[in-house]
Design a protein around this ligand. Structure first.
Ligand code: NCD
Length: 326
């Protein structure tokens, strides 16, 4: 593995499988009353959030704490950033505090890359979502969830059909998923109105379509994307009603999916817009599981970046014992 996790494309197939297998090992370990492991005792993880977040921030915090790291939560609101402090000066402050890993979410695409390659900090950088660019740990937790439901936990996603629907243009989740799923051999189709597909989509390692109904019956997993109104500076579709009629997942469309197919959403959801409340709450929906899996996947990422050990290898059980020992 690289020292940083900035993009889903930083992971080759072996790296991706190592993270997913490690997350599965950790899930088994943390599925007990006492969830804490001593692995990252004495290490410091900083959550540097310049953009609002519920799931991702809490998830990274829980992951670092379960590995016994010291966690510093920094949110731009209420910090010197609102007094105009630059990313560089903030980074130098974190470095002075001895951060071993910085988990960064930022509205500007490329901010994590800048942090990783600027020389301002010495630790690992994990991209927790940058602008409309990437969100690699979300793609990992999505792949983990798909593996559990579609490939018996540790199986192969090769050949599985994943349909990602909605606001692809503004979605870092879609980009990271396309990259990771293609590395894992899954077949991805993006479905969106033409106005919500990015320029250059033909070069992505996936297919795209404007017609949701024609893909439902052959889909193993359908992932609905939030319509990101806060990033929209123009009218991308006529009305919310029109959007949800063409691209929303309602009960009728859910019933057109194969029996084994799962319904996913990275959250936060616009219920009634891209996904009907009945679908979000149905037994086909794995949306809450995605959140649970997020903690295990982020533990695996922090563990592999900071402790550098390889749980998935032959000495796996010994390593596991080491990790668990007080
Ligand atoms: C996503 C994000 O922030 O990119 N959410 C998340 O991390 N769970 C998707 C979104 O905001 O719609």
């Amino acid at each position: 593995m690289n020292r940083h996790l900035l993009s889903a494309s930083d992971l080759d197939r072996d790296d991706a499988l190592l993270v997913l297998d490690t997350a599965a090992e950790l899930a088994a370990l943390t599925d007990r009353a006492v969830k804490k492991l001593p692995t990252l005792r004495g290490r410091t993880v900083v959550n540097l959030f310049y953009e609002d977040s519920t799931r991702t921030r809490i998830s990274f915090e829980a992951a670092a704490k379960r590995l016994s790291a010291d966690v510093i939560n920094f949110s731009a609101k209420g910090s010197s950033v609102s007094k105009g402090e630059s990313l560089k000066d903030t980074a130098l402050t974190l470095e002075a505090m001895g951060a071993d890993a910085v988990v960064i979410r930022h509205p500007a695409s490329g901010a994590p890359d800048r942090l990783a390659h600027s020389g301002w900090i010495g630790g690992s950088v994990v991209n927790a979502g940058d602008g409309t660019h990437e969100h690699p740990t979300q793609a990992l937790l999505d792949a983990f969830t798909m593996r559990q439901h579609l490939a018996g936990g540790k199986g192969d996603l090769a050949g599985r059909k994943v349909t990602i629907v909605g606001d692809v243009l503004h979605s870092r989740v879609a980009r990271s998923n396309v990259l990771l799923l293609s590395t894992l051999g899954a077949h991805v189709t993006l479905v969106a109105p033409p106005t919500l597909l990015p320029v250059g989509i033909e070069t992505w390692p996936c297919e795209f379509s404007f017609d949701l109904d024609s893909h439902l019956s052959s889909t193993d997993a359908v992932m609905m994307l939030r319509v990101q109104r806060e990033r929209m500076n123009a009218a991308f579709f006529p009305s919310a009603r029109e959007y949800s009629r063409r691209y929303g997942l309602d009960v009728r469309r859910m019933n057109a999916l194969p029996e084994h197919a799962i319904v996913m959403h990275p959250g936060p959801m616009n219920r009634g817009m891209e996904i009907a409340a009945d679908v979000a709450d149905s037994d086909r929906s794995v949306i809450v599981e995605q959140v649970t899996n997020g903690v295990n996947v982020r533990m695996a990422v922090l563990y592999l970046l900071l402790a550098g050990a390889q749980l998935g290898e032959s000495e796996g059980s010994d390593r596991t014992a080491e990790v668990v020992a007080p």
